[in-house]
Design a protein around this ligand. Structure first.
Ligand code: HEC
Length: 149
């Protein structure tokens, strides 16, 4: 696996290789990527319960919903330098209004999910509020995150 990825890296054009490398180096890029990774974990926990309802654990769900809502504004200040693309597309800087709208929508739907979760007793009550959050991740990634290799 490691050898294969090294070979792949060597075969990539220089620009791509540099973009991939800058991901770890710049503190703003790592800060925003770290939050995104934690979001992926939180969505994994909640999505896992949605798929396997017998594993539903209300307290654990509430904890993850609260984490998303409380960190929903964290990454955006780390997108200030347009020379540090990381895994982002330059549409963030060429289309700032749409990016801002995506960040605001995300903060809204995660706050709603959290409110619903904190007041719920069953998974069925919460599920309708989970989907808009997943949709929001996806919608922003479509335009503003580079596709995975
Ligand atoms: C408003 C836009 C936006 C929203 C909302 C958003 N993301 Fe992202 N996400 C991005 C951008 C931009 C990147 C690329 C960041 C970079 O590499 O610099 C990214 C990167 C990621 C990554 C890769 C991180 C890495 O290690 O390189 C993961 C995983 C991720 N997002 C998960 C999520 C999940 C899960 C959600 C929803 C709960 C979400 N994102 C919501 C814009 C968004």
């Amino acid at each position: 696996m490691k050898i294969k990825s090294l070979l792949l890296t060597a075969a990539l054009p220089l620009t791509l290789t540099l973009a991939a490398c800058s991901g770890g180096a710049n503190p703003d890029v790592s800060a925003r990527q770290d939050v995104m990774k934690d979001w992926k974990d939180a969505m994994g926990v909640m999505g896992g319960m949605a798929e396997a309802p017998d594993t539903f654990d209300l307290a654990k769900f509430q904890e993850n919903a609260q984490f998303l809502a409380e960190s929903a504004n964290k990454p955006w200040a780390h997108f200030s330098d347009k020379n540090e693309l990381g895994g982002a597309t330059d549409a963030i800087w060429s289309n700032p209004d749409e990016f801002k709208a995506e960040t605001e929508n995300f903060q809204k739907v995660t706050a709603e999910l959290n409110t619903v979760a904190q007041n719920a007793t069953t998974l069925d009550e919460i599920l309708p509020a989970l989907k808009p959050v997943g949709d929001s991740c996806q919608s922003c990634h479509e335009d503003f995150k580079k596709p995975n290799d």
